[in-house]
Design a protein around this ligand. Structure first.
Ligand SMILES: Nc1ncnc2c1ncn2[C@@H]1O[C@H](COP(=O)(O)OP(=O)(O)OP(=O)(O)O)[C@@H](O)[C@H]1O
Ligand SMILES: [Mg+2]
Length: 276
């Protein structure tokens, strides 16, 4: 029994990402305060919540960003204790995060960066030419120009190009759990469709192996990528779970009525800039 607890199965679906009572601090402030979430392969979950509620903190913690300290709790995937792994090990395990603010990597081309990431995560040894053929297919799917592959990662990319680049990485790496942190922000309506089509195509191809966690403020993305589950995060906790109707309710009424009904008061940093 003890072994089952430690290897992370213990009755949990081993192919699901299972987050249990997670608490995370930044500096001396606890941001995520007891969060539970299970994302199974084939499921699309959306997390919505006011600015500063801890959505990106959750995403960054799952990816192993050292700025975030895990105070307690667990995250399991494929029998592994995710939070005990290094970031590159988490990537190899199949966790992928499309960042809210993708960083530039000057001097490193998209093509080289992704080939290294691909070979490392898949345990393959594709040559530059072999990899380029695959990448061109993905670029075509996402209606991106081939010249994109030769550009330095995110350098001088427009906001929309950065987000599409994140989705292209996801399409290449074929993760088990894809976390998309506000991938819709900065996209014009056509790019939003292309990005959503990219995610949906991957779900069609790999849906039995991939779970998706979408962090977004906007219902409109969820018109294109349909979640079965919507969670509302406030004050570092999921305060309400539901289906797509929750996102519609927030779009219509904002967070106020829901928070009031649940008796949740937001601290200043979450109320300062509430967006739906
Ligand atoms: N690296 C960091 N350093 C300092 N404070 C941080 C850091 N990351 C998050 N925080 C703080 O933690 C709180 C939650 O931030 P987080 O980025 O998780 O919010 P969010 O829900 O993603 O908000 P948004 O909707 O604006 O993206 C905020 O008060 C933020 O200032
Ligand atoms: Mg955020």
């Amino acid at each position: 029994m003890a072994d089952a607890v430690h290897n992370g199965t213990n009755g949990r679906d081993p192919n699901a990402l299972v987050v249990e009572d997670l608490r995370v601090s930044v500096g001396d402030r606890q941001i995520v305060k007891g969060l539970n979430l299970t994302v199974r392969p084939g499921e699309v979950h959306a997390i919505m919540g006011p600015n500063g509620s801890g959505k990106s903190t959750l995403a960054n913690t799952l990816m192993g960003n050292p700025a975030y300290t895990v105070d307690s709790g667990h995250a399991w995937l494929k029998g592994q204790d995710v939070l005990a792994l290094e970031t590159d090990e988490r990537a190899r395990l199949g966790i992928f995060l499309a960042f809210q603010y993708p960083t530039e990597i000057p001097g490193v081309s998209v093509e080289n960066f992704l080939r290294l990431a691909y070979n490392s995560s898949k345990g393959t040894d594709l040559t530059p030419v072999e990899f380029r053929m695959m990448l061109w297919d993905k670029l075509e799917d996402l209606q991106m120009d081939r010249s994109f592959a030769r550009r330095y990662v995110n350098e001088n990319f427009s906001g929309g190009e950065k987000k599409r680049n994140e989705i292209m990485q996801m399409a290449v790496l074929e993760p088990s759990i894809a976390i998309l942190d506000e991938t819709d922000s900065g996209l014009d309506i056509d790019a939003l469709r292309i990005v959503a089509d990219g995610v949906n195509r991957l779900l069609e191809q790999n849906g039995d192996k991939m779970g998706v966690l979408i962090i977004t403020h906007y219902q409109r993305l969820l018109n294109y990528i349909k979640p079965q589950f919507v969670h509302v995060l406030a004050r570092g906790r999921i305060i309400k779970d539901g289906g797509p109707e929750l996102a519609l309710e927030l779009e219509e009424k904002g967070y106020g009525p829901m928070l009031a009904a649940l008796g949740v008061e937001l601290p200043v940093e979450e109320t300062a800039n509430q967006s739906v």
